[in-house]
Design a protein around this ligand. Sequence first.
Ligand SMILES: NC(=O)c1ccc[n+]([C@@H]2O[C@H](COP(=O)([O-])OP(=O)(O)OC[C@H]3O[C@@H](n4cnc5c(N)ncnc54)[C@H](O)[C@@H]3O)[C@@H](O)[C@H]2O)c1
Length: 253
Amino acid sequence: MTQRFQDKVAIVTGASSGIGRATAVGLAREGAKVTICADRNVEGLEETRQELEALGAECLALQVDVRSQAAVESCVQQTRERFGTIDILVNNAGTGQFSPFPMMSNDEYDRVMDINLRGTFYFCRAVLPIMLEHDYGKIVNVTSIMGEIAAMGQSIYNASKGAAKLMTQGIAVDVAGRNINVNAVAPGMVVTNMTQRMFGDKERERYFVERIPKRRIGQPEDIAGPILFLCSDEASYIHGTTLVVDGGMLCTR
Ligand SMILES: NC(=O)c1ccc[n+]([C@@H]2O[C@H](COP(=O)([O-])OP(=O)(O)OC[C@H]3O[C@@H](n4cnc5c(N)ncnc54)[C@H](O)[C@@H]3O)[C@@H](O)[C@H]2O)c1
């Protein structure tokens, strides 16, 4: 097993389940010390922590609501105090949209935009001074194919992920000339807590599978692998890009 992240320090948000957990496990398996955080699913976060420690990795688990600037900055500070620096940030925490556009309340708009966009803004801004200081950093923001195209009932989710993609590009431009890579990964359909209701019955699952050229719904590890690649030095000339990881779904649109 290669150890691409030996002694690197990483933060993974939304690591209590799904793509975030698979990413944290992958980083730890290859040598990283990892701060994992999430807002409410404390049991899930604890399970991830146990998985990482079973791999022999050093791990800091923190309850963080990415919508809170104070909580985000405290997470970054605690990580630095515990591990000395921060090399890798994976902004994975995210939420879906629960109302179609005509029924969107201001609160629902704020919830979706604040978790998916503001949280990414807070975390990127908080870690960049540390990355600039030691002139090394990898940031991967998890967007969505729903940031590339629109779908019914997804208007503000589309907006949040499309904006996160463009913010990724903007940050990439702003750190020009430094040894820092800023990219996004846009998953297609993945079986996680966020989507499990959609795939609940066989009929609906078949509907989606028929629209995916790879003819299967993704697993969290299908997304974690490309995220790890972008966190690695193999990807040091990839900058400001959104890597679509969707089993070919966008090709059919
Ligand atoms: N599952 C899919 O099909 C799919 C497709 C495209 C993009 N994505 C994106 O992948 C990312 C991970 O989602 P997932 O599918 O693994 O779902 P998930 O529900 O398993 O994970 C979401 C994570 O985000 C955390 N989170 C939610 N709100 C938070 C907040 N306010 N503060 C801190 N953490 C918070 C949750 O605790 C959880 O750990 C999200 O950004 C999502 O938009 C998922």
